[in-house]
Design a protein around this ligand. Structure first.
Ligand code: ATR
Length: 293
C-alpha cells in the first residue's frame, strides 16, 4: 500500500478484502465507514456487505480464508453464532459472549474479537477527555448484546458498580451471572430511583430509536454532573440526550461507538490505524439513498 502511488477507489490483484456478514445487512453503515477510511488512506482494499442467512453462517465463515478475505465484521443475528464458530476468541469476546470482528490469521484460522466495548469506552474518552469509569456508579438500561459489551467495558475500566435495569428481569439476571463483578440488577420500575448518585447513565435499549417507542425516564434524581450516553445514533440527539442536555448534564451520542469499534478491525485487516474525525462523522451520517438523517 502506498498513498502516493495508489489511485483512490481502484483495486488491484493484491487488494485486501473484508466485509460485514449479517442478515439483513442492507441497513449497515459499516461499508460506508470502512470505505471512507480506505479512500482516506489510499489503501488497495475493499469492504463489502455480505448477506448470509443464519442457516448458512458457519459455512460462509469457513469460506473467508478460502476466498482470501482478511476478515469480516459480524452483525445481527450472527454475533453469538460467530463465537461458537471461530477457532480462537479474545477474552472480551468470551466475556461478552459474542464476536463482532473476525481476523483471518496467516494459517487460515479464524480469530474472533469483540470491539464493541472498546468502541463504547473510546467514544466517551474522545467526547469527554478525562472521563473515567472509576468516578462512580453507572446505570445501564438494557440487557441485549450491546449492554453486555458496555457492562464488560465499564467493569474492565474500574466502575465500582453497574446498576442494570431491563424490562425482562431474567435477561438482566443472566447478564449479571454471566459477566460477574459488581453488577446490581434493579427492577425496570425502579430505574428512576437507581439514578441517585450515579455518575453515568447509558441507554442500550431500542427505546428512543427512530420508529420505536420513547424511553420514559424522568431525570430529576440524576446528579447534574452525571454523563449521559445513548448508544442510539438514529436520531443522533435522542429525547434522552436532549432532556439531559437541557438540565446541564454532559451528553455523548451513540455514533462514536460505531466509529470507534471499527478502528481495531480496520487496523488488523488493512494495517493502518484510522482516525475518527468530524468529517468521518458527517460522512457516515449521510444517507446515500436519501440525504442526511
Ligand atoms: P442489542 O443486542 O442490539 O443490544 P436487543 O438484544 O434487541 O439488542 O436488546 C434490545 C433491548 O431493548 C433489550 O434490553 C430490550 O428489553 P427486553 O430484554 O425486555 O426485550 C429493550 N427493549 C426493547 N423494547 C422495549 C420496550 N418497549 N420497553 C423496554 N425495553 C425494551
Amino acid at each position: 500500500m502506498s498513498s502516493e502511488s495508489f489511485e483512490s477507489g481502484m483495486l488491484s490483484g493484491r487488494s485486501r478484502v473484508a466485509g460485514i456478514i449479517g442478515w439483513p445487512v442492507t441497513h449497515s453503515r459499516s461499508p460506508r465507514l470502512h470505505g471512507f477510511w480506505l479512500r482516506r488512506y489510499g489503501i488497495d482494499g475493499a469492504y463489502v456487505p455480505l448477506p448470509v442467512q443464519p442457516e448458512r453462517f458457519a459455512e460462509a465463515l469457513r469460506a473467508l480464508p478460502l476466498l482470501g478475505f482478511a476478515g469480516a465484521n459480524v452483525t445481527v443475528p450472527h454475533k453469538e453464532a460467530a463465537l461458537a464458530s471461530v477457532d480462537r476468541a479474545s477474552r472480551e469476546a468470551r466475556h461478552i459472549g459474542a464476536v463482532n470482528t473476525i481476523v483471518v490469521a496467516a494459517d487460515g484460522t479464524l480469530e474472533g474479537r469483540n470491539t464493541d466495548g472498546f468502541g463504547f469506552s473510546e467514544n466517551l474518552r474522545d467526547a469527554l477527555p478525562g472521563w473515567s469509569a472509576v468516578a462512580g456508579p453507572a446505570v445501564l438500561l438494557g440487557a441485549g448484546g450491546a449492554a453486555r459489551a458496555v457492562a464488560v467495558a465499564l467493569l474492565d475500566a474500574g466502575a465500582p458498580e453497574v446498576r442494570l435495569a431491563n424490562r425482562t428481569a431474567e435477561r438482566a439476571e443472566r447478564l449479571a451471572a454471566d459477566i460477574g463483578g459488581p453488577i446490581r440488577v434493579v427492577g425496570w420500575d425502579d430505574r428512576t430511583a437507581a439514578l441517585a448518585d450515579a455518575s453515568l447513565l447509558v441507554n442500550t435499549t431500542t427505546l428512543g430509536m427512530a420508529g420505536q417507542p420513547p424511553l420514559d425516564l424522568p431525570l430529576d434524581r440524576l446528579p447534574p454532573t452525571a454523563v449521559v450516553n445513548d448508544i442510539i445514533y438514529a436520531p443522533l440527539e435522542t429525547a434522552l440526550l436532549a432532556a439531559a442536555r437541557r438540565r446541564g448534564n454532559p451528553v455523548v451520542d451513540g455514533l462514536g461507538m460505531l466509529l470507534h469499534q471499527a478502528r481495531p478491525a480496520f487496523c488488523a485487516w488493512f494495517g493502518v490505524e484510522p482516525e475518527v474525525t468530524p468529517e468521518l462523522r458527517r460522512f457516515v451520517l449521510q444517507d446515500p439513498l436519501g440525504g442526511p438523517r
